[in-house]
Design a protein around this ligand. Sequence first.
Ligand SMILES: Cc1cc2nc3c(=O)[nH]c(=O)nc-3n(C[C@H](O)[C@H](O)[C@H](O)COP(=O)(O)O)c2cc1C
Length: 171
Amino acid sequence: MGPSASLLDALFDPTVDFDDLAWIRDQWPGKVVVKGIQTVDDARRVWDLGVDGIVLSNHGGRQLDRAPVPFHLLPTVRRALGPEATILLDTGIMSGADVVAALAMGADFTLVGRAYLYGLMAGGREGVDRTIEILRTEIVRTMKLLGVASVADLNPGHVTRLRALAPWSPA
Ligand SMILES: Cc1cc2nc3c(=O)[nH]c(=O)nc-3n(C[C@H](O)[C@H](O)[C@H](O)COP(=O)(O)O)c2cc1C
């Protein structure tokens, strides 16, 4: 096994479980956010351990390409955990319309992985700034097209309208 493979093995300990998370929560007074949640049961269990946020993510489906789609999981998790839970959506955010759709379906935040890396590869630091600028412009434009002035006013009903208004956004 090469040095990078050994390092990865050391970083990703497969024996980590919910008891370890409870221990971390107990030891660490700062924020704890758990990424990679893929089922409603895990979302509830992790939230009940007192974390500050959960991230619905399949890490882009890069390792396990049949992993559940976080966007599809989002409404069920929001219903199960209620309005107080902090839910972040990761995976597949490639446009401002994607961000708006996730917020409308119940996410509090979205994360961006590959989109900003594409900007980084295309233009370094400026490319990342430009990616963020494009996402911001698209978010504002999408909300204008929907006739929504505040993120707080977004709701699942807007997602159907979003599909009609934004043909670049996959159904
Ligand atoms: C090059 C690369 C490295 C990544 N490294 C990590 C990592 O160390 N830990 C992690 O939780 N996710 C990692 N991810 C996954 C991303 O954080 C994110 O979950 C995934 O790319 C899906 O989001 P996206 O569709 O916006 O890219 C990595 C992704 C890429 C492309």
